[in-house]
Design a protein around this ligand. Structure first.
Ligand code: PGA
Length: 245
């Protein structure tokens, strides 16, 4: 089973989200082989969720806030997303970390809030180019894992998305052999926190031309796709490719 997660970011407005969602709703694929999750904007979330309720396509939140309710202007909590049908939430995406100033501490709160609300968090981790230049790639990834997973309950289920910051939205994907090595390292590291088999997916300039190179590795259990997930003619081939693995 491979997972294809579509992070629409702020690429699609409400109308654009509904056009793509309706196009996808007409398509069929083998859900025993591929699991698809869509992450629309908060504005489009409820309508997209309504369209895919009780289907093989899941819908998730791009971002959540940890406090369930209260005086938090502009925020939508994990609990509210759960009530609205979210099955997943992205947590710690590099755009949240580096553009919106999220820290390892706030990422942990969001992760825990998702678990409490019954949403499966997809914890995004990734090193910057600078980390690589300073020989800190492994250090960065382990630190991001530790700050969230320390003390995690044994039965907790979640995903890890390995997303090198320098590969996101740049058209400069990380080589699939390097990704497979890093996933081995992440999986070994996860053993210190949980006995669960935690799926690890890759994200960063994935498209129809390179998706098979990633998914053909057993330890790359899916992909998190940004730009190439925002148009049917680019996105549906990814689903088809995953079906063939
Ligand atoms: P990209 O984004 O596919 O546009 O590089 C991936 C992501 O940010 O999850």
């Amino acid at each position: 089973m491979k997972h294809i997660f579509a992070n629409w970011k702020m690429y699609l407005d409400f109308a654009g989200s509904m056009i793509l969602a309706n196009q996808l709703a007409e398509k069929t694929f083998d859900s025993e082989k591929v699991q698809v999750g869509l992450f629309p904007s908060t504005l489009a979330f409820t309508e997209v969720e309504k369209l895919f309720r009780d289907t093989d396509i899941a819908v998730g939140a791009q971002n959540v806030v940890w406090t369930p309710k209260g005086a938090y202007t502009g925020a939508v909590s994990a609990e509210m997303f759960a009530q609205a049908g979210a099955q997943y939430a992205l947590v710690g995406h590099s755009e949240r970390r580096y553009i919106f100033g999220e820290t390892d501490t706030s990422v942990k709160k969001k992760f825990d809030a998702c678990i409490d609300a019954g949403i499966m968090p997809i914890l995004c981790i990734g090193e910057t180019k600078e980390d690589i230049d300073n020989n800190k790639r492994e250090y960065r990834l382990k630190k991001q894992l530790m700050s969230v997973l320390e003390g995690v309950e044994h039965a907790t289920k979640f995903f890890i998305a390995y997303e090198p910051v320098w590969a996101i939205g740049t058209g400069e994907p990380c080589d699939h052999l390097i990704v497979a090595n890093i996933h081995d390292m992440i999986k070994a590291e996860l053993k210190s926190y949980t006995d669960q088999d935690i799926p690890v997916v890759y994200g960063g300039s994935v498209d129809a031309t390179n998706v098979v190179s990633y998914l053909s590795h057993d330890n790359v259990e899916g992909v998190l796709v940004g730009h190439a997930s925002t148009a049917l003619e680019q996105f549906f081939p990814l689903i088809r490719a995953a079906e063939q693995i």
